[in-house]
Design a protein around this ligand. Structure first.
Ligand code: NDP
Ligand code: OXD
Length: 308
C-alpha cells in the first residue's frame, strides 16, 4: 500500500520507521515527491497539500495527524473518501496535563506570583482550596472527559458541557444550548476543548463571558476560532474575565504585533497543549490503513454532517 504524507509540523523521518515496523509492505511518499498519483491509497496529513487530494483517484482514506480535523477544509476534501482523526493515549494525557497545569496555576495564584517577580514583590498569600473553585470543561469527548475527570480528582468543583447528555463520575454534566447558561454560571475557570464546527465557532464571546462569574479565567486549548479575540480583550479590560491561558489562535503563529503577546493577564503558549507521537499513534494509523484497504469503516471516523 502507498500513502502520501504531508505536514508542516510532523517529521516524516520520525513516522516512517514506526509505520513500516507495523506494516512492512507500506510505502510512504512525502509530498511533493509522489511517483504515481494513481498508486496512492491513503493520505496521512495535518493540512491538505497545496495541490489538493483530488489528484489521487484511488484514495481510500484520509487520516488526520491530529485529534482535530478543521485545519483540513472539509469542503475541499474529495467527496466520499472517509476521514479519521487521531485518538491516542499520549495526545489525551498531554492535553489533560496542560489543562490541569493551567487550572492549578490559577488556583495556586502562580499567575500573580509570576507578575510580581519583575518588581521583586514578595507576597505571602494562601490560595483558596480547589473546592472553592468551579471549573467547567466545554466538550466532553476523548480529551474533555479525561481532563474533567482529572480536574475533579484534584478536588475542584467540576462541571462539563457537551452536545448530547453525558454521565461522568464527579463531574456535573450539562448538555446543549439550553443548559449553557446554567453550566457557565458557576465556572470560575472555563476550559474549552470543543471541536471547531459552525455551532462552536465564536462560542467564547462577550455573550458567554457575561454568563460567567465576574473575574472568571479562560483556558482555550480547542481552536483559535472558538474565541472572539476582541471580546476577550474587552472583557479583560472590564474585569469580567480575570485572565486567560491561550494555546490556539485565529492566526498561527500569533502575529508579532498581536496584543495577546504582551497582555499582563494573558498567557500565550504556541499550540503545544497536546501533540501526537508516532510511537503510539502509528498503531491507529496502520489499523485504519488496513481497514481502508479492506473497505471497512475507519476507527474514529469523522461524521462529516456533524463536522467532528
Ligand atoms: P471529540 O470529538 O472526542 O469530543 C468533542 C466534544 O465536544 C464532545 O463531547 C461533543 O459532544 C462536544 N461538542 C461538539 N459540538 C458541540 C456543541 N455544538 N455543543 C456542545 N458540545 C459540543 O474531540 P476531542 O476531545 O478528541 O478533541 C477536541 C478538540 O480539541 C479537537 O477538535 C481540537 O480542536 C482540539 N485539540 C487541540 C489540541 C491542542 O494542542 N491545542 C490538540 C488536540 C486537539 P458529544 O459528546 O455530545 O458529541
Ligand atoms: C490536534 C492539534 O488537533 O494538535 O491534534 O491541534
Amino acid at each position: 500500500m502507498r500513502i502520501i504524507f504531508h505536514s508542516n509540523l510532523d517529521d516524516p523521518a520520525e513516522w516512517v520507521p514506526h509505520l513500516t515496523a507495523l506494516m512492512p509492505e507500506l510505502k510512504v511518499e512525502v509530498w511533493p515527491d509522489i511517483a504515481d498519483p494513481k498508486a496512492i491509497e491513503g493520505a496521512l496529513i495535518w493540512t491538505q497539500p497545496e495541490d489538493g487530494l483530488a489528484r489521487y483517484p484511488n484514495l481510500k482514506a484520509i487520516l488526520s495527524l491530529g485529534a482535530g480535523i478543521n485545519q483540513l477544509d472539509l469542503t475541499k476534501l474529495p467527496p466520499g473518501v472517509p476521514l479519521a482523526r487521531l485518538v491516542d493515549p499520549i495526545l489525551t494525557s498531554a492535553m489533560r496535563d496542560y489543562c490541569l497545569w493551567a487550572t492549578l496555576r490559577y488556583q495556586r495564584l502562580l499567575d500573580m506570583h509570576q507578575q510580581n517577580q519583575p518588581q521583586k514583590k514578595w507576597v505571602y498569600k494562601q490560595p483558596p482550596d480547589p473546592d472553592q473553585w468551579g471549573v467547567g470543561v466545554m466538550g466532553l469527548g476523548e480529551l474533555g472527559s479525561v481532563t474533567a475527570r482529572c480536574i475533579a480528582d484534584f478536588g475542584f468543583k467540576t462541571r462539563g458541557w457537551s452536545r448530547t447528555p453525558k454521565k461522568l463520575d464527579g463531574v456535573e454534566c450539562f448538555a446543549g444550548t439550553d443548559q449553557l447558561a446554567d453550566f457557565a454560571s458557576k465556572c470560575d475557570i472555563l476550559v474549552c476543548l470543543l471541536p471547531l464546527t459552525p455551532e462552536t465557532r465564536g462560542i467564547l464571546s462577550a455573550k458567554l463571558f457575561a454568563l460567567l462569574p465576574k473575574g472568571a479565567r479562560i483556558i482555550n486549548a480547542g481552536r483559535g476560532a472558538h474565541l472572539v479575540e476582541a471580546d476577550l480583550l474587552a472583557a479583560l479590560e472590564s474585569g469580567q474575565i480575570g485572565a486567560a491561558t491561550l494555546d490556539v489562535f485565529a492566526k498561527e503563529p500569533l502575529p508579532q504585533d498581536h496584543p495577546f503577546w504582551t497582555h499582563p493577564k494573558v498567557m500565550v503558549t504556541p499550540h503545544v497543549a497536546s501533540y501526537c507521537k508516532p510511537t503510539t499513534a502509528s498503531t491507529q494509523v496502520v489499523e485504519n490503513l488496513r481497514r481502508a484497504k479492506a473497505g471497512k469503516p475507519l476507527l474514529n471516523q469523522v461524521d462529516m454532517a456533524r463536522g467532528y
